[in-house]
Design a protein around this ligand. Sequence first.
Ligand SMILES: [Fe+2]
Ligand SMILES: [Fe+2]
Length: 356
Amino acid sequence: MTTFRTDGFHHITMVSRDAPRTVAFYGDLLGLGLVKKTVNFDDPGAYHLYFGDEQGRPGTILTFFEWRDANRGHWGVGGVHHLALGVESAEAQLKWKRRLTDAGVQVTGPLDRGYFKSLYFADPDGQILEIATAGPGYAIDEPADALGRELLVPPEERLPEGRDERAIAAATHPEPVPRITPDMRLQGIHHISAITDDLAAAGDFYEEALGLRLVKKTYNQDDGETRHYFWAAYDGETVKPHSAMTLFGWEGSDYRARPGAGQTHHIAFRARDAEQQREWREHLLSLGLQVTPVRDRSYFESIYFRAPDGLLCEIATDGPGFAIDEAVGELGGALKLPDWLEPRRPEIERSLVALP
Ligand SMILES: [Fe+2]
Ligand SMILES: [Fe+2]
């Protein structure tokens, strides 16, 4: 058993074709804070935008590369299918449905997934998003101290043929929701769902490389043929928030994800600090994985490697965090560049579209 156990997700990085449109959607409509406005350190002519809670805490961070010329991507093996953001209650979730539909966003749900309720929609680039309720959690159909042991068949009423689709479509909040109320606050990454062509190999990877544990073995509730397994930071009693990685098993499929706009570029897991990350890197190498050297991302340090199905993964340190070059309360206000890019600021600013 590995001694390396991530506490969960640090961030997820997606691809946008239009930074102002992304700010309007995630900032204004979804109410996430822009916590850092910088550029892609590997491609400084392009924005790298970070959204999160007021401090940009690990687990709440969504980041975007702006690639204006990117082709539209598509989900498939080795890619993320959707990103779920957490909300506290089913009532607040219905408020989100009303707010989003009133803004012209097409919304599906809320669907009862048993472990949580799910609302689905897409961002303007086509990235599939979900808003999922915090509860009732994974212990509804097996004991909390024995999660992930049995392959569970979802009950009829949660499958397409057992659902009252008309009632689901009609359910919404009775009043318009022009302002995000405190109960609607989105709580960061609830889960990330990806597609793999080999559940067993992927499971070994998430368990041995990242120290996640299997917490649910079930079937996709929209497609009863496909297995849907959940891994998370689980100590045998509780599942940590911001830690659930779920996989749809398309065994042997060669329908690969196509990178591009509306797709996830990579997912990042947490390391406590730089020392742990360096040891972790050795551990990954000992498993035969190819791992990049440590890269300084100003707000954290990063290493990159791939899951067996090709999904790009990162381990990022919790610190130093976003307050290193801006005060909390002013995060995201100014374009921030690392010292080595400051001499190129005029040229970089000219290449970027101004953000509100
Ligand atoms: Fe989901
Ligand atoms: Fe990253």
